[in-house]
Each structure stands twice: as structure tokens, then as C-alpha cells.
Design a protein around this ligand. Structure first.
Ligand code: ZN
Length: 113
């Protein structure tokens, strides 16, 4: 369950950014290609932050669709069953990923000092 590793790293980043303030909510963007399972992420976050200064901080996650683009400029939103096939469905050209690899803290909601 790689959500534990992600949560551990996230907790480290958030704790540093919070500078001792109490964190109510962490706003995150996670791309579909990260293969993060929402319920696992919630569970892992609760587990990793229990009995730490981050205990009780909520995660608010914006899930970003995976999007590929080929050299002709065709953009395709991938669904979960096609993550392994990254050729363009319209012209079969090779593609690059333009969205879906995010794992990004947008901001923190902290209690007023
Ligand atoms: Zn194409």
C-alpha cells in the first residue's frame, strides 16, 4: 500500500510548512496516474498522523484526470482501464502525459495563531 509512503512524505512536508501552527485541512491535488486509492489514502493519513501534531488534520483531495496528447495535438482523457496503453486512440501516434502525475500540496488551512 504505497499510500503509507505518500502520507509519510506528505506529513513531513506539511509539518515543515505549518511551522508549529495547528493544521485543520490539507488541500492536495493528486493525478490519476499516481494510482492512489482514496479510501486507502484517508486511512494511511490517519494512521501516519495519529499522535503527532498533525492528528485531526483533514485531507481535501482534488483528483486530476490523466490526459495524454500526441504530436498531432489530440488530447485524450484516460480511463482507469487504459493506463497501460499510451498511444493515441485517434491516430495511434506516441503520446506524452500532460496531466495525471500530480502529487501536490495546494495549500494548508491552519488555525489562527
Ligand atoms: Zn493523435
Amino acid at each position: 500500500m504505497h499510500e503509507v509512503a505518500l502520507s509519510t512524505e506528505l506529513a513531513r512536508v506539511v509539518a515543515r510548512a505549518a511551522k508549529g501552527r495547528r493544521v485543520r485541512q490539507v488541500n492536495l491535488r493528486i493525478g490519476a496516474l499516481r494510482q492512489v486509492v482514496p479510501s486507502s489514502m484517508e486511512y494511511a493519513w490517519g494512521f501516519v498522523t495519529a499522535a503527532t501534531p498533525l492528528e485531526g488534520a483533514r485531507l481535501h483531495i482534488d483528483w486530476i484526470d490523466a490526459v495524454i496528447e500526441c504530436e498531432q495535438g489530440h488530447r485524450t482523457v484516460l480511463d482507469a482501464s487504459s493506463y497501460l496503453d499510451l498511444s493515441c486512440p485517434r491516430c495511434d501516434a506516441p503520446t506524452r502525459v500532460v496531466a495525471g502525475e500530480e502529487f501536490q500540496v495546494v495549500d494548508l488551512e491552519v488555525e489562527a495563531a
